[in-house]
Design a protein around this ligand. Structure first.
Ligand code: UT7
Length: 316
């Protein structure tokens, strides 16, 4: 057995708060519709001048500090994102310079949309097994406001900005994260056209098929992770779901008969921050004392791709 433990977490959260009432001034919507259909009351948005890099740096520095590590000790740095400041250099390369990571640190970005952080954790576990330094810095970070169409009420009420970071350690005697990753190549339901179109590139989402997809794959993913790990639902201390829609989480909780107190989230204050949502929540749980040393969190992401990813992470 070999694998990872979580040593420290951090968050980078922009200053601007965008409430449902603020959005109701932009599009034909209401606080009542957004709250009841999604569970979201407000989300954070970068103000002009606030950057993806700044959010990442704040989150990464906190995580390193709480892990008690120096940047030179990091062997692998992976940033899960689909909205970096630049297509190249990667956000992870910018962190290499700004944090002072070693020049031989493996640094790159990864795009698996809302599953990205869990994909990145698994990637870090694999790479750290071979790396000379056994500490990894894994982030999920998004400035989704850059790709949000604030005239489309079907999407603009959902998304927020933020970054979450985790410092992990790989050891031979640590448990595997028993990751289960999947992808169902789908280019219609959830996409951002990107540089190909040459015009502002916004999120397009056909919400209902994505909703049905999530309710189908998340319980399957959880069951597969538990099977791989040889443990039961009762052995999990916290379920850390991608915060896409409170109704999705409620349906998964009902389907698997999960204890609601182990499934609390932050969607009401953060909205959907894609790759950042799992590490942002993980950080809140650790800082709030809801995930303690020796306890296990089952993290689950799902979304664009369409992708899904689940993994177990124990707090050192
Ligand atoms: O993070 C990646 C993964 N993403 C997800 O998991 C998202 C999954 N999907 C969802 O969460 C939901 O499908 C949404 C929140 C996006 C939409 O909720 P819904 O209950 O599926 O609504 P709908 O799209 O079926 O729309 C129902 C009605 C429509 O009106 P009509 O055609 O019934 O008259 C929409 O035009 O609600 C209308 N509507 C709105 N009304 C007020 C859609 N958005 C809004 C809005 N305010 N913001």
């Amino acid at each position: 057995m070999s694998g990872l433990k979580l040593l420290g977490t951090g968050s980078g959260v922009p200053s601007e708060i965008l409430t449902n009432d603020d959005l109701a001034k932009l599009v034909d919507t209401s606080d009542e519709w957004i709250t009841t259909r999604t569970g979201i009351s407000s989300r954070r948005r970068c103000a002009p001048g606030e950057t993806h890099t700044q959010l990442c740096l704040t989150a990464a520095r906190q995580a390193l500090d709480r892990a008690g590590l120096n940047p030179e000790q990091i062997g692998v740095c992976v940033v899960a994102t689909l909205t970096p400041d630049r297509l190249t250099p990667a956000a992870a390369c910018v962190l290499q310079k700004e944090l002072g990571l070693g020049e031989d640190t493996v640094c790159f970005d990864l795009n698996a949309a809302c599953s990205g952080f869990v994909y990145a954790l698994y990637t870090a576990q694999c790479l750290l097994a071979a790396a000379p330094r056994k500490y990894g810095l894994v982030l999920g970070a998004e400035v989704l406001s850059r790709v949000t169409d604030y005239t489309d009420r079907g999407t603009c009420v959902l998304f927020g900005d933020g970054a979450g970071a985790a410092v992990v350690e790989w050891r031979e005697d640590y448990p595997s994260i028993h990751a289960v990753l999947g992808c169902r190549g789908n280019t219609e339901s959830l996409l951002i056209p990107g540089v190909a179109v040459g015009v502002p590139s916004y999120i397009h989402m056909d919400g209902q098929p994505v909703f049905r997809f999530a309710v189908e794959v998340v319980p399957q993913c959880i069951t597969q992770v538990l099977d791989k790990a040889g443990i039961s639902l009762d052995d999990v201390d916290r379920f850390v779901f991608h915060q896409a829609n409170q109704r999705i989480i409620d349906m998964v909780v009902k389907k698997l008969k999960l204890p609601v107190e182990k499934c609390t989230g932050n969607i009401a204050r953060r909205g959907n921050t894609s790759a950042a949502s799992v590490p942002l929540l993980l950080d809140e749980l650790v800082r709030g004392g809801s995930l303690r040393s020796g306890q296990r969190a089952l993290c689950v992401g799902f979304g664009g791709g369409l992708t899904w990813a689940g993994a177990l992470l124990e707090l050192a």
